[in-house]
Design a protein around this ligand. Structure first.
Ligand SMILES: C[S@@+](CC[C@H](N)C(=O)[O-])C[C@H]1O[C@@H](n2cnc3c(N)ncnc32)[C@H](O)[C@@H]1O
Length: 194
């Protein structure tokens, strides 16, 4: 990885930690994934050779950078969804600094409405928005996910109380195989098998 890119990721990681330590409200915080999850997403996207990636919950683009780096290696692209215009501005700047503008499309607006408007298929989806919406996101993206595609959902350990219903739901689906990956705040990895 280029030195400037490592420095940018480090800068974003430090800012996220600082905001958490200050106890800023979630509406203003970056709420980034942890660095090990960034690496996990990057490895999963590369090994699955994903070319049409979707991220639900961009925030300031930290996880987007990890995913976009994999998409770039796969000759693919990533679409990422965010409804907070202040965060869209910050993410746009971070993606520019990472030199990944050609790989990333940020769509501002409500993710549910945006997903409904898509007529393309995806092969890799990362869900990282509000926990109460996870099942709705799953239902919206699953028909647009290729067989063999994967959905990764963040926070299933850190928010196990509120996300148990999501984990139970995806595991009960006859068309999936799904497992908890205990990295970072807990990632539920769901494969579409048919
Ligand atoms: C946990 S943060 C995402 C962190 C980001 N994935 C990262 O690791 O750098 C969740 C984001 O989802 C956004 N969000 C929540 N509900 C949304 C919705 N309905 N449509 C679009 N974005 C939404 C929030 O504004 C917030 O920025």
């Amino acid at each position: 990885m280029r030195e400037e890119l490592i420095a940018l990721l480090k800068e974003l990681e430090e800012k996220d930690l600082e905001e958490r330590a200050k106890g800023l409200p979630t509406s203003v915080r970056m709420r980034s994934i942890t660095p090990d999850v960034g690496l996990f997403l990057n490895i999963m996207a590369k090994t699955s050779k994903a070319v049409n990636l979707l991220e639900i919950g961009t925030s300031t683009g930290y996880s987007t950078i990890w995913l976009a780096l994999a998409a770039k290696e796969n000759n693919g692209k990533i679409t990422t969804l965010e409804n907070d215009s202040r965060k869209v501005k910050m993410a746009t700047e971070h993606i520019r600094r990472a030199n990944l503008e050609d790989i990333v499309t940020i769509i501002e607006g409500d993710a549910k409405a945006t997903i409904k408007s898509f007529d393309q298929e995806f092969d890799f989806v990362f869900i990282d928005a509000e926990k109460e919406d996870y099942i709705e996101y799953f239902d919206l993206v699953f028909p647009k996910l290729k067989v063999g595609g994967i959905i990764i959902a963040d926070n299933v350990v850190s928010h196990s109380d509120s996300l148990k219903v999501y984990v139970d739901y995806v595991r009960a689906n006859q068309n999936t195989q799904s497992v908890l990956i205990p990295v970072g705040r807990g990632e539920e990895l769901t494969l579409k098998i048919r």
